[in-house]
Write a protein that binds this ligand. Sequence first.
Ligand code: SF4
Length: 445
Amino acid sequence: MESQNEQQEKTGLGNYFIANYPPFSFWKHDYLPQALETYQKPPASGTPLGLYLHIPFCRKRCKFCYFRVYTDKNAKDIENYTNALVQEVKLLSEQPCVGGRPLDYVYFGGGTPSYLSASQLEQLIKQLQEIFPWHHAREVTFECEPGTLQQHKLQLLRDLGITRLSLGVENFKPEILQFNGRAHLEEEIYRAMNWARALNFPQINLDLIAGMVGEDWDNWKECVRKTIQIGPDSVTIYQMELPYNTVFSKELKMADDPAPSSSKQMGIADWPTKRAWVDYAFAEFLAAGYSISSAYTVVKNKSDTSFVYRDALWRGADMFGTGVASFGHMNGVHIQNLDTWESYIDKLNRHELPLGRAFPTTPRDRLIREMILQLKTGHLRKEYFLQKYKIDILQEFHIGFQQLQQLDLLTVNSDSVDLTRTGFLQIDRHLPTFFDPQYRSDRYT
Ligand code: SF4
């Protein structure tokens, strides 16, 4: 029989990646009046404003995917959705909380934004820019699935001001891509990269996942080698998790034994193996001249490769999250949109904001949120939090830092905290150490 520790190291059901705080399960429909109120307030001085646009279409549903995506929509549906999205951006651009701020960053995420045709994209982006221009944005990111790209579509994106392309590659091996439900082929990765390079996009990111079903050491090494050979500006490496409501999780639940040990039989690597794969990847990328910029990211030229969207969010920026089920943050209130197609479109057809649930944060919530998110970059500065929150985090959270230091996950200095390499590989699962007690035990959804 396996020990509890061995069980915990298997990939069981649930989320590992921590994207926000307090956890989503505490956000409530009942808090919507506070969300509406916060839109009426002027912004806090010096707070940047961003715009996230959710494009929820994909060619196929990957078996590990838990995002709100649709694979059965036709051109008319897409038109209805993009019209609703434009309407939503229009309503938001008129809210007092904008306060005359220009957009600092824009992010097209999904789903698969590149699933839209060139003409659909041109129409959408031009309409959006007329309503809420982003000429001064420091970064405009666009997520792509390699198999949906053509040269003329990339040319259009470049012409429309996209500065950062993010390619969802995940793996190179055809059998693994196919078994995990990915729609693209290996040759489409190289084709897309060559086009993007030739068009001089300022920044190209490539995503990998350590631990897709069927992964093994030899193939992972090949994935890392091929990525280094391609040489993107940054590489984001996720560790495969099994959130609820994915195809794989449902298969796992139907297995005779739904315990984490069944995941191994399905060909899902355990956490120590995934960490070893990320560790190997970090070492290879470092040897190739890259630097580690967060628990998931390596960058080629650290001095001139930023990720404005991530860094702004992790420093408490405001952001309108638009599109079905999207998440945003305004003036201290977390907000999520309605999460069904019908309800989202219906609200916008009635010219109302499609809000689903919210959470008004306290200054302490915001301090903890920024601290745990910034810890993922590997470095916390005491001075930053003293200035912004008037709190010495090294004193306030010294027990948590001490616990993590004892586990060799970080080192505490007189004015900063630094993650160790061991810490980089597994920081997410230790972040609840800093959660206030009422938020600690809840399932992270
Ligand atoms: S392409 Fe991305 S968003 Fe679409 S199903 Fe796959 S993982 Fe999910």
